[in-house]
Design a binder for this molecule. Structure first.
Ligand code: THU
Length: 126
């Protein structure tokens, strides 16, 4: 992925993490997805007192893109400086894979930066 776009995704995800609603975990996450036509959508995690209704930052960003008419994504960045690297959970990997042939994935806490792909994170997807 182009370095400039990667930086833009990281900046967007970092900014989005500020809007996280995470009173139960205290773990704020921001995400940014890049659509195949070059648009960027952001998202943050949104928790709920009924814990299982929580939605991750990645799916919020993805669903914003889809609801806006963009059904293919080519990259995703996940940011959290909450103490551990925010690798996408299994549910997010599967959900993202519905809308990507493959995608670049950047996982960062602002210091460490992991670059991988969705297919590497979710091999043999259904
Ligand atoms: N979370 C995300 O938003 N994305 C991830 O990649 C990992 C986990 C959220 C869900 C929950 O609000 C909090 O982080 C703790 O699990």
């Amino acid at each position: 992925m182009d370095a400039e776009i990667r930086q833009k995704l990281i900046d967007t995800a970092k900014r989005a993490a500020k809007n996280a609603y995470c009173p139960y975990s205290g773990y704020a996450v921001g995400a940014a997805v890049l659509t195949d036509d070059g648009n960027i959508y952001d998202g943050c995690n949104i928790e709920n007192a009924s814990y299982s209704l929580t939605i991750c930052a990645e799916r919020v960003a993805l669903f914003k893109a889809i609801a806006d008419g963009h059904k293919k994504i080519t990259a995703v960045c996940v940011y959290s400086d909450g103490g551990k690297l925010p690798y996408p959970c299994g549910a997010c990997r599967q959900t993202l894979s519905e809308f990507a042939e493959d995608a670049c994935v950047v996982v960062t806490d602002g210091k460490e930066e992991i670059r991988t792909t969705l297919n590497a994170l979710l091999p043999n997807k259904f």
